[in-house]
Design a protein around this ligand. Structure first.
Ligand SMILES: [Zn+2]
Length: 434
């Protein structure tokens, strides 16, 4: 019996609005921001007065009043659904705050994540043949049709990033259950190498931010010399935004290519549980407890944020889930100091950042590769401890890696030196391994 699976997927495109549509979109985003901020101000007042917060239904009633009140008649010109959606967003922000997932909701600023969402697929028409999308109060908007939208449209979000407008089309569709291919792999995330796999392949970092940093700094300095809100200031600001957009695009593209390649080729991917949030917190410390190695750490933090590890892990999680694979997150303690051959744990095993040399057995290997092998064996061990079947994941383990069981436990024989260190370029990253 074949059971189809439901897949939710978003497709994102750049919009190509004409001048009037762009003005209308800006107005719409402004109306949504206004509704959000006014509702938030109201909730805050109620909270301070010790009253219960209004629910979504109550807020919607207020919205109707605002749309009919003489001071804010312009709200009536905006379609009601996107306005209601911004109230929903506020509800979610409150829920996240009370569940301790996020801080207290903040007021939205103009030009900062401007967006609005159409929730009703009946009001949306998608004409992929001539790359147009019909949205209420905007009409037919053209978009850069870079790939087909698959599935039935569920909702549409329009957003503005760095002066450009984008549409994200959420869809749902039935897909055949995935067939698992590939074996298990451990992934070590690093600075010198973005990701090292336990089979010896690695992905060089992109560091798009570093590469554009100089240009960005110059553009920002030029911006600071201009008279605020003058014509030249606006031009300089557009230049800064453009560089920001370019950095973000290059990074997203890179992360997608690498996470696609890894999830396509492996059924079980083990990674370290790096607390990216904690690591990227300022290393400076406080006046009472100043941080150590502030300079070095701030460089590291910049690289971590630059490379988008957190986003990478998010992508790996859902891409593996699509293919029926698993992401196993292992505790990071000592993965870089443990010898995969004899199990000896020592900080002296790492003479330099890049080399690993075991002081007990003399085994020598690239440090990132050792980390990846340790992560893989730890992940497999974790599954064994939980009594889960790892056989599926181990079938098709890349040649060169051998799983060995010894009295000390389970470990993986690293590939021979000559096989190790195949560098994968970004363009090659998208290619499938057989
Ligand atoms: Zn050893």
């Amino acid at each position: 019996m074949i059971v189809a699976m439901q897949r939710l997927q978003a497709f994102r495109y750049e919009l190509r609005p004409d001048g009037q549509q762009e003005r209308q979109m800006r107005r719409l985003a402004g109306a949504c921001r206004f509704v959000y901020n006014r509702a938030l101000a109201l909730q805050k007042e109620r909270l301070e007065a010790g009253e219960k917060k209004l629910g979504y239904a109550g807020l919607c009633q207020l919205l109707t009043e605002w749309r009919h009140s003489p001071e804010t008649t312009w709200l009536a010109a905006a379609p009601v659904h996107p306005l209601q959606q911004s109230l929903k967003d506020l509800e979610r922000a409150y829920a996240n705050f009370f569940a301790k997932r996020a801080g207290f909701p903040r007021f939205k600023k103009k030009g900062w994540h401007d967006s609005f969402r159409y929730p009703d697929p009946k009001q949306i028409k998608l004409a992929q043949v001539n790359s147009r999308l019909f949205l209420p109060k905007l009409g037919w908007v053209r978009y850069r049709n870079s790939r087909d939208v698959l599935g039935a449209v569920k909702n549409v979000t329009v957003s503005c990033l760095c002066g450009k407008w984008y549409v994200s089309i959420q869809t749902v569709r039935e897909v055949a259950p995935p067939r698992l291919t590939g074996g298990a792999v451990g992934v070590d995330m690093g600075i010198a190498r973005f990701a090292t796999l336990s089979d010896g392949t690695f992905y060089a970092p992109l560091n798009s931010f570093r590469r554009h940093e100089c240009a960005l700094r110059k553009a920002q300095q030029a911006l600071s010399r201009k008279v605020k809100f003058s014509r030249n200031w606006k031009k300089a600001k557009a230049r800064v935004q453009k560089i920001h957009a370019r950095i973000a695009n290059a990074r997203r593209d890179f992360l997608h290519k690498v996470s696609t390649a890894i999830s396509q080729n492996h059924a079980m991917v083990c990674i370290e549980d790096l607390r990216v949030r904690r690591m990227s917190r300022s290393a400076a410390g406080t006046a009472d407890a100043p941080g150590r190695n502030v300079r070095a750490k701030s460089g590291l933090n910049k690289s971590i944020l630059d490379q988008g590890w957190f986003e990478f892990r998010r992508q790996l999680t859902y891409k593996l889930a699509w293919r029926g694979g698993w992401l196993v997150v292992v505790p990071p303690q000592n993965t870089s100091r443990t010898c995969p051959r004899c199990g000896h744990v020592s900080a002296d095993n790492r003479p330099t950042q890049a080399r690993f040399r075991c002081v007990a057995c003399g085994g020598e290997e690239n440090a990132d590769l050792v980390g990846a092998i340790n992560i893989l064996s730890r992940g497999i061990q974790m599954w064994r401890d939980e009594g889960r079947d790892t056989i599926n994941a181990l079938i098709g383990m890349p040649a060169g890696n051998r799983l060995c069981v010894s009295p000390d436990g389970l470990w993986i024989e690293p590939p021979r030196r000559s096989e190790a260190g195949t560098r994968r370029s970004v363009s090659g990253a998208a290619q499938c391994r057989a």
